[in-house]
Design a protein around this ligand. Structure first.
Ligand code: FE2
Ligand code: FE2
Length: 161
């Protein structure tokens, strides 16, 4: 239970918050240039892809064996794969095309549901295990460094708040 502010779960929750803020920013763009809209959508998609891959390759495998029931992790993986499909569709589209905004909205709703389940169901269980979440956080940061997506300063500040 030591140093929870900087552990793996805190890092994931901080990323959930920053994605939520990006979605809200996207929603608030009123009549923006297509360039700004496209850039923000790409940032949302890229950050989500890295977050999901980090969970799939580092976080979920490390905690799966420690939690008593792992059905929720299976469900999380299915939710990831449907979010990834939608992300691929969005990335292949141009802003202004039919259904572009609708796909972003549905992605936002799916991610809200998914992160809610992680935060309310998976993470509390993980906190009850003996998994070293500080060490796991370091491993996750290493994954991001390898991907060339170091945690942003905003994330670091958020994790410490
Ligand atoms: Fe996830
Ligand atoms: Fe997550």
């Amino acid at each position: 239970m030591t140093n929870q502010r900087h552990d793996a779960v805190a890092m994931l929750i901080s990323e959930h918050h920053s994605t939520k803020a990006l979605f809200q920013q996207f929603e608030k763009l009123c009549d923006p240039s297509f360039v700004i809209k496209k850039k923000l959508a790409e940032q949302i998609c890229n950050e989500l892809m890295t977050h999901m891959e980090m969970e799939e390759q580092v976080f979920y495998p490390a905690v799966r064996a420690a939690v008593k029931e792992d059905d929720e992790i299976d469900e999380a993986l299915v939710e990831h794969s449907s979010a990834k499909e939608l992300i691929q569709q969005i990335m292949a589209m141009e802003v202004g095309e039919d259904l572009y905004d609708a796909k972003l909205k549905v992605l936002q709703e799916q991610i809200e549901h998914h992160t809610g389940e992680e935060e309310n169901e998976i993470f509390p269980k993980v906190r009850e295990t003996k998994v070293d979440l500080v060490a796991l956080g370091v491993q996750m940061a290493g994954f991001k460094v390898k991907r060339g997506t170091l945690p942003s300063l905003a994330d670091a500040v958020h994790a410490g708040s």
